[in-house]
Write a protein that binds this ligand. Structure first.
Ligand code: EPU
Length: 420
């Protein structure tokens, strides 16, 4: 299995291009099932999760491929009328976002059979809110043998109030509502930029949607949708990770393509920590200070501070000049990087959903193990700052969500290499 070895101590400098967003791409790929013609997605990141979803779409009988010659960044997806609307356990267990095919399959084919995703390393992650939405739209739902069976001849518009803000739940129910008869209102909807990007693509496919990006989304159902050509937004979490790479090394990096409007909370915390972050016409530029300040952080739904940046910011705060308090409010078990950061010399205490991070002067390189996607990124960031060599194992977690992170860091001067 691959490892990434990072030799710390280099101040990162230069420019780096951010890739397309993973969490925007996955729902967009599922949305392609709704179109009667082919969909072309551009600026798609080359990631293991994208490969898994392509495989799932093909298993169901759709044409789904990376367009040759486009450096694996363009997808063409076409689902004909003979698609078999079933998502098997073997693929869903590899990537829980596979559950995003449920809404489109139900809406277009009147039936879906999708394996229920299990819990994962960061929490239990139920999908009760997705199912609540489908039921409100008139679907009959049953759970059998580990599968969700959903049926509806034609979904009917309804008001759905989510009890909890859920990103993929909002996306899933939105994709079902676009082909429902009449008006659907989604209350307490997720406001993440990825939901907005999905709504933009669906609208270009012929859907009638208002309010995406706010917590109240209104959909007027239509009877059919066509395919679309759509360019995926930049990955705000990869952008944030690269900004932290600049900050933790006291460096000066321009993250090209980073969208400032998607990163307000992250940029705010980096500035509180003493970084200079400016929006330029090309992206966001971050300059790390000689000494970082401690910062208190609460993860919340967008536009609050994202849970997907908590581990990376913790690496940064582990070398700040004082004590930071970080609360994780989205997932119940998202502090697994703490034990690994401690092995590198960080002083972090966890009490329930709060981590108290006492800054230390130096971290020291160590063999560490990635436990999930964002945890792996946090360990690489810590390695950039540590003395000696940090060997990060289980990098397959990283490859699910970052396209060539070590190569991008190399272009900024980092000594980070992948070892087979
Ligand atoms: N929840 C429920 N019931 C539901 C749905 C969610 O109780 O039916 C709970 C979850 O257990 C969690 C909270 O609600 O405690 C929020 O979960 P949400 O549904 O918003 O998460 P998700 O849609 O499964 C997406 C991203 C995650 C990101 C979260 C939060 C995708 C494919 N995944 O997950 O991304 O952490 O939103 O922003 O969009 C990552 O990229 O590393 C990642 C984990």
């Amino acid at each position: 299995m691959d490892q990434i070895h990072v030799e710390g101590g280099v101040r990162l400098e230069g420019e780096v291009q951010v890739s397309g967003s993973k969490n925007a791409t996955l729902p967009l790929m599922a949305a392609a099932l709704l179109g009667e013609g082919p969909t072309l997605l551009r600026n798609v990141p080359d990631l293991a999760d994208v490969t898994t979803l392509l495989q799932l779409l093909r298993t169901m009988g759709a044409d789904a491929e990376r367009v040759p010659g486009a450096e694996r960044h363009v997808l063409r997806i076409h689902a004909g009328p003979d698609v078999v609307p079933e998502a098997p356990y073997d693929l869903v267990r590899r990537m829980r976002a596979s559950v995003l095919v449920l809404g489109p399959l139900l809406a277009r084919f009147g039936r879906a059979r999708v394996s229920l995703p299990g819990g994962c390393a960061i929490g239990a992650r139920p999908i009760d809110q997705h199912l609540k939405g489908f039921r409100a739209l008139g679907a009959a739902i049953s759970l059998e043998g580990g599968y969700v069976e959903a049926r509806a001849d034609r979904l009917r518009g309804a008001t759905v109030r989510f009890d909890k803000v859920t990103v993929t739940g909002t996306e899933n129910v939105l994709m079902a509502a676009v082909l429902a008869e009449g008006t659907t209102v989604l209350e307490n909807a997720a406001r993440e930029p990825e939901v907005e990007d999905l709504a933009r693509a669906l609208t270009a496919m012929g859907a009638r949607i208002q309010g995406a990006g706010s917590d109240l989304i209104t959909v007027e159902g239509v009877t059919r949708l066509h395919g679309v050509e759509h360019t995926v937004i930049a990955d705000r979490i990869e952008s944030g990770t690269l900004l932290v790479a600049a900050a933790i090394t006291g460096g000066d990096v321009l993250v090209k393509g980073a969208v400032a409007a998607h990163l307000d909370a992250v940029v705010g915390k980096l500035r509180e920590a003493g970084c200079t972050v400016v929006a330029t016409p090309d992206g966001l530029r971050c300059k790390g200070p000689p000494q970082l300040h401690p910062v208190d952080v609460q993860t919340t739904e967008h536009p609050g501070f994202p849970t997907d940046m908590q581990a990376q910011l913790m690496a940064l705060l582990s070398v700040a000049d004082g004590t930071s308090v970080m609360s994780e409010n989205i997932f119940e078990n998202r502090f697994m990087h703490v034990a690994e950061l401690r092995r590198m010399g960080a002083d972090i205490r966890v009490e329930g959903h709060t981590a108290v991070v006492k800054g230390v002067h130096t971290l020291s390189g160590a063999p560490v193990m990635a436990t999930d996607l964002r945890a792996s990124a946090s360990l690489i960031l810590a390695g950039l700052r540590a003395s000696g060599v940090t060997r990060v194992a289980r990098v397959y977690h990283l490859d699910r969500g970052y396209e060539g992170l070590e190569r991008k860091l190399q272009t900024l001067g980092a000594r980070a290499t992948r070892v087979k």
